[in-house]
Design a binder for this molecule. Structure first.
Ligand code: NAD
Length: 454
């Protein structure tokens, strides 16, 4: 399998893909390893994962460069991602003992009732390329902490990073028979669906997530899905400091070239502040530096996958054909690489795909609304339910609006952020189940209830 640099379209290297026989033998290795790993005291498992976080720090520059070369993420954003993964590991390891310890529920005249959080067994982790460290850590770190073995399938677009992750986990002390990597694309993922894993944890598109969910349903094991989004923002009429709000929200829309599950994908602006906000927003976007992502200072790199260029281009063409106005960008950048200019569309409507289908690229539609009620109605008009945000001077007003939105995360005066202490969960087509927080730690366990009398 060739690994392509999306900024230059050159082949970086090629790697050997797995096949049915190699996957089956990796699975057998894990089966034996999991039982031993579960006997390792939790404190030791925690120490191993903390060592992994230290190794991420020690290898930061080298691994950021690898990530940038294969997914096209600007170098500083690659560094940010690895550092973000370290802080997630910090929270997960510092809280593992608290949330994985037995819960004693009731002690009464010789009766003890307790909950023991047993590991699920062997986890299948099929992952995405847009934040391979972050979305990987969400799954394999709590899974390993809880005593599971893991088959990790990085996306075919972030294979080299997946192999680096494996190398550092093993260097940190995760035994070879506790963590195995499946290399390849959809056909290799498909093989994993046929093996008897004890849980499937998938990050990727709604289309693949739905397919996997249906395919493994008969196994009666947990299947968690972290899928896409069409995340809305509402800028209310009482926002202070429009310039800052425009800068923060433009970053929320265009960071990682818009290839974030929780990227701002559509913006509704109260008519009283619409002109001022749009002016500042467009100014900000026109200031973004597009270029080779390994060069310092570049903010917009190429898209990771070539087909996404055409998808984004078609969304823009369709919107313009239906009456949208281009305020910035609108086309592919000249030359080699999968570059698309950061694009702002005004006069958009919900008849356009750009306001309803996940763009997953550097494109945003901005729409004028007359009041909060209209904003809520439009924000809710989506198949997705990952995050939603409100910018307003009033926390009460924002919480009232967010309370009416069917999404797993609500933001007030911020956007495009994830916290290790809070559950990360999508609703509707954005997914099923939660990672991160105490809920995400326990997602890799099965509770056993003990009634102990005597
Ligand atoms: P994708 O669905 O194309 O691929 C995801 C993974 O599934 C890859 O490893 C791929 O090889 C594998 N796969 C594909 N077909 C398969 C099959 N038939 N059987 C088994 N495995 C198969 O998604 P992607 O392009 O890698 O990721 C982008 C999507 O992920 C976006 O929609 C984005 O919003 C979403 N995402 C969501 C979150 C979240 O936390 N909610 C985080 C990151 C990305």
């Amino acid at each position: 399998m060739n690994i392509i640099n999306p900024a230059t379209e050159e082949v970086i290297t090629s790697v050997k893909e797995d096949n049915l026989a190699s996957i089956e033998s990796k699975y057998d290795v894990l089966r034996k390893g999991q039982e031993q790993w579960n006997l390792v005291p939790l404190k030791e498992r925690i120490a191993v994962l903390q060592r992994f976080a230290e190794l991420l720090k020690e290898n930061l520059e080298q691994n950021a460069a690898i990530l940038t070369s294969e997914v096209g993420k600007p170098l500083q954003q690659s560094r940010n991602e690895i550092n973000g993964a370290r802080s997630r590991i910090k929270w997960l390891t510092e809280n593992a003992e608290k949330y994985l310890a037995d819960d004693i529920m009731n002690i009464d005249k010789g009766l003890t009732e307790k909950i023991v959080y047993e590991p699920l067994g062997i986890i299948c982790n099929i992952s995405a390329w847009n934040y391979p460290y972050l979305v990987g850590v969400n799954v394999f770190v709590p899974a390993l902490l809880a005593g599971n073995a893991v088959m990790y399938k990085p996306s075919e677009f972030s294979t080299l990073t997946g192999l680096e992750i494996e190398k550092l986990l093993k260097k940190a002390g995760v035994p070879d028979n506790v963590f195995q990597v499946a290399i390849g694309a959809a056909d290799v993922g498909e093989i994993l669906l046929h093996l008897p894993f004890n849980g499937y944890f998938f990050t990727g598109s709604y289309k693949t997530g739905k397919y996997i969910h249906e395919k493994v349903a008969h196994k009666m094991v947990p299947c968690q899905l972290e899928l896409g989004g069409k995340d809305p923002l509402y800028i209310a009429d009482d926002v202070a400091d429009i310039k800052n709000v425009a800068a923060g929200t433009a970053d929320g829309a265009f960071y990682n070239s818009g290839q974030s599950c929780c990227a701002v994908e559509r913006i509704y602006v109260n008519e009283k502040v619409y002109d001022a906000y749009v002016d500042e927003f467009v100014k900000e976007v026109k200031g973004f530096k597009l270029g080779i992502p390994s060069e310092e200072g570049v903010y917009i790199g190429p898209l990771t996958r070539r087909p996404q260029l055409e998808f984004v281009e078609n969304q823009v063409k369709e919107a313009v054909a239906k009456g949208a106005k281009l305020a910035a960008g609108g086309k592919r950048a000249a030359g080699k690489g999968y570059f698309f200019e950061p694009t702002v569309l005004l006069n958009v409507t919900h008849d356009m795909s750009v306001m309803r289908e996940e763009s997953f690229g550097p494109v945003i539609g901005i729409m004028k609304v007359k009041d909060d009620a209209e904003a809520i109605k439009l924000m809710q008009d989506t198949e997705y339910g990952l995050t939603a945000g409100v910018y307003s001077a009033s926390k009460e007003r924002a919480e009232k609006i967010l309370g009416k939105i069917n999404a797993g995360t609500g933001y007030w005066n911020c956007c495009d952020r994830v916290s290790a202490a809070l559950p990360w969960s999508g609703r509707k087509h954005s997914g099923l189940g939660s990672t991160l927080s105490h809920i995400g730690l326990r997602a890799f366990t099965q509770p056993k209830a003990y009634h102990l009398k005597g």
